[in-house]
Design a protein around this ligand. Sequence first.
Ligand code: DQA
Length: 145
Amino acid sequence: MNKQIFVLNGPNLNLLGTREPEIYGDFKLEDIKTRLKKLAGDLGVKVDFRQSNHEGELIDWIHEAGEKKAAIILNAGAYTHTSVALMDALMAVECDCIEVHLSNIFKREDFRHHSYVSKVSLGIISGLGAKGYDLALLALNDSIT
Ligand code: DQA
């Protein structure tokens, strides 16, 4: 196993399962992790799955991904729409990154239509629920060496 992918989840995603299930579904973050780890095992990819409610911790993890030359799947939650600091971190490390959102952010409030993360990502998967993480993993598996 030489491919490594950091899967970084931002604020409030620890509440999946009870948080607005009509928008985000009734599965937990742990369910997404279990499903993704299984796919990663099949692909021979090492997945490091994390969640934080703190912007600085997410930035530290992006730096760590850079040091380890890992690729990144990032659901930055609300920081997607606000954080120049996360965008700068992604630019600094030059890791391949795919942005994921459970909900379709373009169907929702106007303030969710803008993403700082998109500016520095290979692509974005939004609105496909937990499956979006799997699709991001498949895409990165093809693009990283
Ligand atoms: C989200 C969409 C964001 O707008 C929101 O702030 C989240 C979750 C999603 O996965 O759909 O926290 O990233």
